[in-house]
Design a protein around this ligand. Sequence first.
Ligand code: ZN
Length: 491
Amino acid sequence: MTNGWQTIIGLEIHAQLSTESKIFCGCSTRFGDEPNANTCPVCLGLPGALPVLNRRVIDLGARAALSLGLHINNHSIFSRKNYFYPDLPKGYQISQYDKPFSANGELEIMTAERDEAGHPVEWRPKKISITRLHLEEDAGKNVHEGLPDVDRYSYIDLNRAGTPLAEIVTEPDFRSSWEAYDYVNHVRRALQWVGASEADMEKGNLRCEANVSVRRIGDEKFGTKVELKNLNSVRFMQRAIEFEISRQIGVLESGGRLQQETRLWDERAAETRVMRSKEEAHDYRYFPEPDLPPLIVSDEFIERVRSEMPELPEARRRRFMEQYGLSFTDASQLTSERSLADYYEKAVEASGNPRTTSNWIRSELLRELEAAGLSAEASPVAAQELGALVRLIDEGKISGKQAKDVLVEMFKTGKSAQTIIEEQGLVQVSDTAEIDQLIDGVIADNPDQLAKYRGGKEALFGFFVGQVIKASKGKANPKVVNERLRAKLQG
Ligand SMILES: [Zn+2]
């Protein structure tokens, strides 16, 4: 349906910086407190109250900017963005306009289109230009639910007013909804990784808006753009963009015209709806904030922040592939969170086997963690212990099958693999003399099968393996059983 059309998407992300206090006053930023508990004359916008910039905002803003490859300006200024809304007591928001905190970033992300089942088709790198990252304060919240007389009153909670935000704006560089999806996930992970933001869309500390337009392939001019809001998860955003692309192409192909407007995503109806048209668009009458001096950031400061940053996720993924011989998919999964990447490296130190350790973490451990709702950080099985388990398998002390049960037990009890193995009397028999004896017994007990096997029915090999393992009560090393059995069955 999109044949002959090109999609143009630009994104704006608002990320709440993880400070304990607000951007221009000392009030707490804690989530979920009693409404209006965390307010003072500054964030209530009372006359005469003066803002003072929170230093921590600059630290975290710098981390955020550097994690996304942006240039930090030595000189930036705060401006007033004027508009009226009940949750904005001052009548303006302190933001940044023509001289933002940072600008001109080029970020390489990995992206892939998805097939009908939602699986990535082919991962490829793509460069995204980030126009700017600027600092600003959040507004409060109007509350229309869960309080008495909400049919007659609106309530205002100003706990969020003055919470620090980083607004991150891209060029219109995305050509599909999946590129936008992969970018937002990349930004989320980067901000969490460097500790700049929790970047949790469900808690509302990462919010996202998309500008979407379409044009016929070959056209120079951009089409009319529509702004999408109310995108409460990355998946919703992807669906909203996809819907909007089809809608716009549909209008144009049937000879209609598009309006420049803001539309809201309605997840239940799975469609976008008009919120306001361009005629209602604001003129914000920006001007420099007279109560705050220009923000001067020295090169030394920027370099110090850079030197304190952890190895970034993309760099770490590439290193995992080179150093440990992992595939792109495996390395990507292990670097999806910093604590998981740390866990993996500690486990490899103990196991000495990067690939097997990766497999055990990605399949067995993550399944247990997911079921318990825990992150790698909080795993009851310490990284060294998981590494030790992998080593026991490699040394032939226990079988992979036994190890799966041992891991579940380790997860439940917090005991070491060695302790559980001793307690349960788990040993893998690799002794060839002992295994030969079992094999001889099985062969003697199954003369018919032996004759058939020797007569060419090779599928019976699995039957003999099974019988020997069973005779050993599951303790025989399958590799040794295979070798010895093959030799003996030849006769
Ligand atoms: Zn305050």
